[in-house]
Design a protein around this ligand. Sequence first.
Ligand code: PEP
Ligand code: MG
Length: 765
Amino acid sequence: MTNAPPPPTSAAQSARTILTRLHEVMASRVNAQGKLNQVVGIIGECLDSEVCSIYLLRDGALELYATRGLNQEAVHVTRLGLGEGLVGTIAEHIETLNLDEAAAHPDFSYRPETGEELFHSFAGVPIIRRERAVGVLCVQHAEPRRYDDIEIETLQTVAMVLSELITNADLVDTTARIDAAATDQSAQRLTGQKLVDGMGAGIAVFHQPRITIEHTVADDIEAERHRVYAAFDKMREQIDRMASQAEFGVGGEHEEVLETYKMFAYDEGWSRRINEAIDSGLTAEAAIERVQQRTRMRMRQIDDPLLRDRMHDLEDLSNRLIRIVSGQMGTAAQMGLRQDSILIARNLGPAELLEYDRRRLKGVVLEEGSLTAHVIIVARAMGVPVVGRVRDVRSSIREGDLLLLDAGNGTVNVRPSQAVQDAFDAKLEASQKRRASLATLRDLPAVTKDGVAIELMINAGLREDVAALDLTGASGIGLFRTEFQFLVSATLPQRERQQRLYRDVLDAAGDRPVIFRTVDIGGDKALPYMNVEDAEREENPAMGWRALRLALEREGLLKVQARALMEAAAGRTLNVMFPMVSEPWEYEAARDLFVRQREWLKQRGKKLPAAVRYGAMLEVPGLIETLDLMLPHLDFLSIGTNDLTQFLFAADRAHPRLAERYDWLSPTVMRYLRRVVTTVSGSKVALGVCGEMGGRPLEAMALLGAGIERLSITPAGVGPVKAMIRSLDLGALRADIPAILAYPSPDPRGQYRAWATKHGVDLGD
Ligand code: PEP
Ligand code: MG
């Protein structure tokens, strides 16, 4: 934050005028209702608004508490449920509405007693307390018009101050209301999404003891400004210190995560917005919270999960800043975990998670969270199970409750009964036993009962994942998703950084092969730093400008990656694989580009790989029609069943409703795979599968039956799949497969399972 404040913006000035008058109202001796009546008058007058109304949450509904411009008879009579009408919608979704024609909105609900039919335009903002709406502030005009940004900003700032006023005046009993449900002592089962697999038990610990902002209106703006300067300095110091002490060593993704943090911590735009909020008359805490609220609201409207994740990082820092400025520094991490604990947070920043004692941290429950978030990458590296997108956390869990977390099925049992605890303990014990017994398979070969050797490799993408090679005894990395480095980075990774990662991975793998897949970005894996024009936004990103399509057009990107890979693999064998090949020429073009880069490096006297082997992914179904033309030029082919099945069935792989609809074991997939095996057989091309399908024992068994002998799977799947392989009579299965494919049962999964049971195959269940 620079020390010379910019002149206040007109938004700030307009808010400050109102806040100064509100300050006087708050300090006056008038009763609470009287204060609200004055407030609507002041806001209406200052914003030149015909109507200004305040609705507050009472007994589960939003009640009109004060109005200027609507019929006074409606006060304490008009009530709207959460989600009902415009006011209820604003409160339910904690969103701002700005409409030139209120009645045209689908949620509009006409209340004749208010006399509002005279007014066309409408703007409303939520009044928020502890991240929940406790009321709504709105303005209306007869003339149909949109409110400008300054007016909306002003309303939002005023809503913050109102939140303090109504709490101090006990107008809504926020504490009782918010915590009411939490007094329920009964056992509860919450569900969410598995973000990091695993089980854990411990007492509930809230990451952030709630910080309540006591004062929102500043007495002395300059003093507030200095408090924020000091807090920024302290926060930057903390982040710099954390970056130099990062537990996971230098050069990992964590370094990149902290780089993102640094970028935000030093971001002038952020500090400027806080400064502007202080200009409008808010205290330092309220100004930071005000900017954070605005960010949260924007975040809700953003569809891009990656950008949303970066916003969470910013929110993490914002919380830190409020804690510093208010002197309420203690997160649960700083107070120390005293026993086995499950951490609860709305969202967590990776740096915040790193502060916890790993020995006591048994799991994390997030109200938000997504698979690609930085914090999830960190949690996976720490080996801490995480369940995300759990609703009603704050109303269902209290500090100190016993929690049983089973990320595998996305559940959190709160205050479990003895029976639930016993079942959980039994499952945990069984899974620990199973893991221990699978660990004994680590050094045994992946050979079927009848002597067929299967190549069992792992999928990876992060530096930390490489450790799984030794832990699982896998024979190599069959898919290294290079785009992960791009996804966790705040900026496009330069060649040196890419090269460093690839070299580290090859060093760690030693003699074991690593197949590097070139970047599979674009589409839904959009990079925030790759500017995409609005006009270029895609309706169907999975089928859009992604992976090789993008890489061949942004040649510079692929060239840099080619050189980084070649130099990293100097003196060794480099395996390169291209994603989303749809027609043979795309593969040819990509391979030519690599060959040219090899030449380029050679001319400059660089040390080259001893050999380069090229492969393609088969994940676009149409490629099968021209596969024979590509085979002579390929060293290996890997079937990406994740994308393949989404395109075979035209079913979005990330769509929760479709997740269970089509089965990998359906005749559609199995016959297709069989056709690929037949096409490739007789060529020298090594054929494998690297989609999630191969990581499950039953599916892996079917793949082997169809003729696949090379699997690259998630590390956690290696033990169970190896156990299946070692118990399988592959000859017997292959003898039965033609009949299974020719006469599929309506329940193909049942059909394979019955076969496995009959032949004593170990499926781990
Ligand atoms: C696949 O599509 O099966 C695959 C392995 O690639 P990704 O999951 O990275 O798209
Ligand atoms: Mg894919």
